[in-house]
Ligand binder design. Structure first.
Ligand SMILES: NC(=O)c1ccc[n+]([C@@H]2O[C@H](COP(=O)([O-])OP(=O)(O)OC[C@H]3O[C@@H](n4cnc5c(N)ncnc54)[C@H](O)[C@@H]3O)[C@@H](O)[C@H]2O)c1
Length: 349
C-alpha cells in the first residue's frame, strides 16, 4: 500500500510512502546507509540484501538521543567527504526517529542538499517521524531547535523491522497513534479500542491509517503554520513532565501519554469533552501499557515550565485540546487559575 505526499504549497515535491515488505532497491549513484549499532546488529544484513548500488557505504553513529547533535552530523558529513560523495549521492536513514532526523538534516546540508530515503525501524518513526520532512538536532537550548524542513525522496515502512523493538519503545509509538486518532478520526479511535496490535495485519492497517492522517496534515501545512500544530496534542504537558524528570524517567511517547491525559482534563473543565470520553482515552492508553498518572509536586513551577516550550509564542500558552474524540481545538487564552486548578487534580499539594 502506498500513501502519496503532495505538498499543497510546493507542488513540485511529491513522494511515496510505501507500507509493505521492503522491496529490492537499485540505485545508480553512491549510497550511504546511516544507522546505529543496535539497528545494524538486528537488521543491517537484511537491508544490505535489498540494496544494489555502485558504491555502498555504512556510516554507524552511536545510539541515543544524546548523540542527536551537530557534532554527530559533522561526523557523518566528514564520512561523506572521505568517501568522495557528490551531489548525486544518496543517504538512507535506517533506524528510529533520531537516525531519521539527523540523516535528513545531514542530507539537507551536504553540498547544499542531496537526496535521502527513510527506512524507519521504530513504531514511532514509522507512524510519525519519517513522514513530513522535519529534520534536525538538539542543542543545549532545547530539543530540535536546529534543523530544516527537508523532504525525503521516498519512505519505505516495513513493519517486520518492529519484531525486535523493545515493548516500551513499541508502546511509545502507540501514544503517537492514539494522538492522531483522538485529534482527527473517531472511527480510527474505535478501531484502536478493538485492535490487537500483535496481529501483523492489524498492525499494518494501523500504521497505514496513521501515516495517511499524518500525510493529510503535512500536505496541507508542511511548515506548521496551522493544522500541523495539532500534532502537538499532549506535548505541551508532556514536555514539562519530561523536563521535570530530566528526560530519564519517561520515553517521549510515555510523557505524551501523560500529557494527553492532562490535556483531556483541561478539555473536560472547559466543556470540550465529557468525562466518559476522557476515561475512554485513558483506558486505551493503559491497554497499550502507557503511563497515565503523574504527581505534580509544585503546580506553580509546572505552570512556569510551559513558557520554556518553544511553542509558547509571545508568552501565551497554546493548548491543543480535544473536542470530543476525533476533533480538536487550539486555545490560547485560558485563564491561569483554570489551568492551575486542573493541574492540582494531578496530586499536587
Ligand atoms: N521529524 C519528526 O516529525 C519527528 C516526529 C516525532 C519524533 N521525532 C524525533 O524522533 C526521535 C524519537 O524517535 P524514536 O522513538 O524512534 O527513538 P530512537 O530513534 O532513539 O529509537 C529508540 C531506540 O530503539 C532502537 N531501535 C530502533 N529500531 C529498532 C528495532 N527495529 N529493533 C530494536 N531496537 C530498535 C534505537 O536504536 C533506540 O535505542 C526524537 O529525537 C524525536 O525528536 C521526530
Amino acid at each position: 500500500m502506498i500513501v502519496p505526499i503532495e505538498l499543497e504549497n510546493t507542488k513540485n515535491i511529491t513522494y511515496d510512502i510505501t507500507i509493505d515488505a521492503l522491496p529490492q532497491l537499485t540505485f545508480d549513484t553512491k549510497v550511504a546507509i546511516v544507522t546505529n549499532p543496535t539497528v545494524a546488529g538486528y537488521h543491517l544484513e537484511t537491508l544490505l540484501a535489498h540494496i544494489e548500488a555502485p558504491q555502498l557505504e555504512v556510516i554507524t553513529i552511536p545510539d541515543g538521543e544524546e548523540y542527536k547533535k551537530l557534532e554527530t552530523v559533522e561526523s557523518i558529513l566528514n564520512a561523506l567527504f572521505e568517501h568522495k560523495f557528490d551531489r548525486k549521492s544518496l543517504l538512507i536513514a535506517f533506524g528510529g526517529g533520531v537516525i531519521g532526523d539527523m540523516t535528513g538534516f545531514t542530507a539537507s546540508l551536504y553540498q547544499r542538499g542531496i537526496d535521502f530515503i527513510q527506512i524507519p525501524t521504530t513504531l514511532l518513526s514509522q507512524v510519525d517521524a519519517s513522514v513530513g520532512g522535519k529534520t534536525g538536532v538538539n542543542n543545549k537550548y532545547g530539543k530540535n531547535l536546529i534543523g530544516a524542513f527537508y523532504q525525503p525522496k521516498a519512505v519505505y515502512i516495513d513493519p517486520a523491522f518492529l519484531k525486535t523493538l523493545p515493548e516500551r519503545e513499541f508502546a511509545a509509538g502507540v501514544a503517537e497513534i492514539v494522538k492522531m486518532a483522538v485529534m482527527f478520526d473517531k472511527d480510527y479511535f474505535e478501531f484502536l479500542v478493538e485492535a490487537d496490535l500483535k496481529d501483523e495485519e492489524v498492525l499494518k492497517e494501523t500504521i497505514r491509517r496513521s501515516v495517511e492522517l499524518k500525510a493529510w496534515v503535512v500536505n496541507q501545512d508542511e511548515k506548521e503554520a496551522g493544522i500541523r500544530a495539532v500534532l502537538n496534542y499532549g506535548h505541551t504537558f508532556g514536555h514539562v513532565v519530561e523536563n521535570e524528570t530530566n528526560y530519564t524517567t519517561y520515553l517521549h511517547g510515555e510523557a505524551v501519554a501523560i500529557g494527553m491525559v492532562m490535556a483531556n482534563a483541561l478539555a473536560v473543565e472547559l466543556g470540550l469533552m465529557n468525562e466518559e470520553e476522557a476515561e475512554r482515552i485513558k483506558t486505551l492508553l493503559e491497554k497499550s501499557s502507557l503511563p497515565t498518572t503523574y504527581e505534580i509536586r509544585d503546580v506553580d513551577d509546572f505552570y512556569e515550565h510551559f513558557f520554556l516550550d518553544k511553542k509558547s509564542a509571545n508568552n501565551s500558552i497554546k493548548f491543543i485540546l480535544p473536542q470530543g474524540i476525533g476533533g480538536h481545538k487550539i486555545v490560547t487564552d485560558i485563564d491561569e487559575t483554570v489551568v492551575k486548578n486542573v493541574l492540582r487534580t494531578f496530586g499536587a499539594a
